[in-house]
Design a protein around this ligand. Structure first.
Ligand code: FAD
Length: 406
């Protein structure tokens, strides 16, 4: 039987209430634009997300945006770890390329916050806004988009349960393997790196100086993100079969093995949460061929799914939602269409300019450092030494991390 109920009207329908979808709805509501959040997870799961092991290095610009949207004050001080700088090591060499913030002596490269804490804070900020801005935010949890038709004035959406929704703009924020992007017919360049990443908090005997380490050994990539003086998040990248073997180790053998991989530079190492499993991510990078379509836009990982090595995925998503909200908010204030072709083209152009060079630089780093052939090994050493003063990739990454919003 055809559904004869009138369609629910909303300005922007967002598929995906991950960190980017939640923060985007918050930003839109503050500009008087109504949003519907559609996510396959339950609202309870989104409100109190479980730890996923990710520590997100936030840029200064992201912190400022989160501050304006009342998300930052909801992140407890104890969950923010300052990162004074980063060092990149190659093989057994003790020589490290330094990535430093520059400027004031107490300046930092950014702040590390667990991903689930950001998600919880984003949910909480939106929930408190919902009370004040009743009617601006609609929730459809445990739900999915079934189909949609984009017309000149609106997008007619049907949700999995049969509900009809009419929105001015449809936004895909459902992650790097976005089903909505596929439904929009937008192709994406996808790079399967053939490697898995393990993340796990570990305590260590010796203190570090709040500096992140990126260590490209032969056959493995290691990173260490500072959490507390004697605690860090360990990030280990291996082939899928090596990862299987690593995860099959007993706890004592796992801890001894990680200390060995770090060449005992931090002394003995133990799991910070002894009974918790390490989290594992198959690595894939994604760059969509277009970020917009007719009354459609991609946001967050659905547009650009970065390799985590340069710690930019979430930050670029925040930049993107801020950019799109600015354009939509200005159009609404001037009583213009909030999803006109020129508006969407401008979003696409600016977001591609902001993400393209970092995506390319990240892919270059991944290529250079995961290639163990002799030529690549030699090139790495040359790049680290010659580039310590002015390596453009290094400057690009450091300046992006420390840049403030306009
Ligand atoms: C190990 C690791 C470390 C990282 N470190 C950093 C870092 O230091 N700095 C940084 O900036 N970034 C980092 N990132 C990247 C960052 O985590 C992502 O960029 C960010 O989570 C993207 O958010 P998102 O909301 O776009 O997507 P997601 O977090 O993937 O959220 C997608 C949402 O969509 C929902 N969904 C999915 N499919 C559907 C569907 N079909 N229908 C309805 N709902 C759906 C999901 O339930 C989820 O809620 C890291 C990533 C990893 C894996």
């Amino acid at each position: 039987m055809p559904n004869t109920h009138p369609a629910t009207e909303v300005d922007v329908a967002i598929v995906g209430a991950g960190p980017i979808g939640l923060i985007f709805a918050n930003a839109l509501a503050r500009r008087g634009v109504s949003a519907m959040l559609i996510d396959r997870q339950s609202r309870e799961a989104l409100e109190a997300p479980a730890s996923d092991g990710r520590e997100i290095a936030l840029t200064r610009a992201s912190q400022q945006i989160l501050e304006r949207l009342d998300v930052w004050p909801r992140i407890p001080e104890s969950e923010r770890a300052r990162m004074r700088g980063a060092k990149v090591f190659d093989g057994e060499s003790l020589f490290a390329m330094q990535i430093a913030p520059g400027g004031a002596q107490d300046a930092s490269l950014g702040c590390l916050v667990p991903n689930h804490v950001i998600r919880g804070a984003a949910f909480s900020a939106l929930a408190s806004l919902e009370q004040a801005e009743a009617g601006k935010i609609l929730w459809r949890d445990e739900s999915e988009l079934e189909r949609f038709v984009a017309g000149d004035d609106s997008v007619e959406i049907t949700l999995a349960g049969g509900e009809r929704v009419r929105s001015r703009l449809l936004v895909a924020a459902d992650g790097r393997f976005s089903a909505t992007r596929r439904a929009m017919g937008i192709p994406a360049h996808t790079y399967q790196h053939g490697q898995h990443m393990l993340v796990c908090r570990m305590n260590h005997e010796y203190a570090h100086d709040q500096t992140a380490w990126e260590w490209f050994g032969h056959g493995q990539t290691l990173a260490l993100l500072p959490v507390d003086t004697h605690c860090s998040s360990v990030v280990l990248t291996l082939s899928p079969s090596e990862m299987e073997a690593q995860l099959a180790l007993s706890q004592t053998a796992f801890e001894a093995d990680i200390a060995r991989r770090f060449d005992h530079r931090l002394g003995a190492m133990t799991k910070a949460e002894p009974n918790a499993d390490a989290h594992r991510y198959p690595l894939a990078s994604v760059y969509a061929e277009r970020f917009v379509g007719r009354r459609q836009a991609l946001l967050g990982d659905a547009a650009v799914g970065m390799h985590p090595v340069t710690a930019h995925g979430f930050n670029l998503g925040v930049e993107g939602l801020w950019r799109l909200t600015g354009l939509i908010g200005d159009a609404r204030a001037a009583s213009r269409d909030i999803a006109s072709p020129p508006l969407l083209s401008r979003y696409q152009r600016d977001q591609r300019l902001a993400t393209g060079p970092l995506f390319a630089a990240t892919m270059a780093i991944v290529g250079l450092y995961t290639d163990d052939r002799r030529r690549a090994q030699w090139l790495r050493k040359a790049v680290l030494r010659a580039g310590d003063a002015a390596w453009p990739v290094r400057r690009l990454i450091a300046s992006h991390l420390t840049r403030a919003i306009d």
